[in-house]
Design a binder for this molecule. Sequence first.
Ligand SMILES: Cc1cc2nc3c(=O)[nH]c(=O)nc-3n(C[C@H](O)[C@H](O)[C@H](O)COP(=O)(O)OP(=O)(O)OC[C@H]3O[C@@H](n4cnc5c(N)ncnc54)[C@H](O)[C@@H]3O)c2cc1C
Length: 430
Amino acid sequence: MSMNRRQFVQVAGSAALLPLVGASLSGCSPARSGPARVAVIGGGFGGATVATYLKKYDPKLEVTLIEPKTSYMTCPGSNWYLAGLRDAKSITHNYEGLKKRGINVVHDTVSSVDSDAKTIKLAGGKSLSYDKVVVSPGIDFKWGAVEGITEANAEKCPHAWQAGAQTELLKKQIEGMKQGGTFVMVSPPNPFRCPPGPYERVGMVAEYFKKNNPKAKILILDAKDAFSKQGLFLAAWQEVYGNMIEWVAGKDGGKVTKVDAATMTVYSGYGNIKADVINAIPAQKAASIAFTMGLTNESGFCPVNMLTFESTVKKDVYVIGDASIAGAMPKSGHSASSQGKICAAAIVNDLAGLPMQPAQHVNTCYSLISKDYAISVAGVYSLQDGKIAEIKGSGGVSPKDANADFRKMEADYTLGWYASITKDVWGTGA
Ligand SMILES: Cc1cc2nc3c(=O)[nH]c(=O)nc-3n(C[C@H](O)[C@H](O)[C@H](O)COP(=O)(O)OP(=O)(O)OC[C@H]3O[C@@H](n4cnc5c(N)ncnc54)[C@H](O)[C@@H]3O)c2cc1C
């Protein structure tokens, strides 16, 4: 990885320096005399980070985070859980840490937002007012984009692309698969959350099969012709799992046309494959509240001012994380968290009547191949001609010819990354 050390230091320091406010914001709200009120929709990587950093930058702000779940299982680490390398508890976080940081946590679902009146309606019947609202609701699925990949069929052919019940279901199916059976993954088209995620997953499924079902076969039918860290993944699978994993590119017939859950058959140009487990990951779009709020464009995601993350459609509404269109940044927890820090700074500055300074973002995605073997991709991003773009030469992927010690070191970094980001985001972590 050729990340420039000076750039890394700039990035690490940028979030802390950006607010540029010494004074408290009490009284800065234009609508009333109390402290400004910021509402955050969604308590995942983006939402929990922006809430935390709003409070850090200005402790007098009234920050309310709305999230239906009382405990949040992270997608990062969920593949390790499938392999049996982690337990569910160690990748599940509650909101007590955020409450300790002075954030009002409301466990409910936002059903609508009136961005003119600046009010939010909750499914539970309550409503609340805000001066600024940050939307970080993650993704939903384009059900039916492939025949048979439907919400109802997800109970038989799980996606496990939102962690929780779906992850548990997929784990049970992997553990119950007959000896020598076939696991088929339907890998989604771009753009989708976590570009290396499907490929880490098959490695983790292979880790489980190697020990418990050594004659099993894993087939990835892909809508795409290329994927993140492709050369490293393909070489690593061969090295660690021999011929257990086969990847079929879209151009070679990998595009799936139909999934028949009743007969467990996957139809594609590669053939009609009879499967024992089908992990069907649908095409993706921003979560439904982003559509209800009118924040999306024809891409199904939300355009934002890439300096501040304010919606280009609605004033005083900000969108971060997977739901946003954030230039070259991948849809990852690390990206969502980086955007949360910068967005918090932009809001605090705006409330103080100060301009936002251009910021830099960082993203690293580690992928475990097996317990002692990981690879990574990293990038540093800045605003270039109004768009977030990768700084030339700032990032890169793990070296191709690294030795076992290096791969093990990256596996240790993977766990270190998880522990530190979850501690930062939720105040909890393993
Ligand atoms: C298998 C897998 C592995 C991954 N591994 C990694 C990794 O190693 N590293 C990494 O950086 N990223 C990884 N990711 C990606 C990462 O999980 C996402 O990019 C990240 O969760 C995005 O954060 P977010 O805040 O946008 O959305 P989320 O974290 O999904 O949070 C959205 C929250 O909003 C809530 N919500 C939705 N609608 C409403 C509403 N109407 N009202 C109130 N709340 C609402 C939801 O309940 C949810 O908790 C992985 C993803 C997958 C699927």
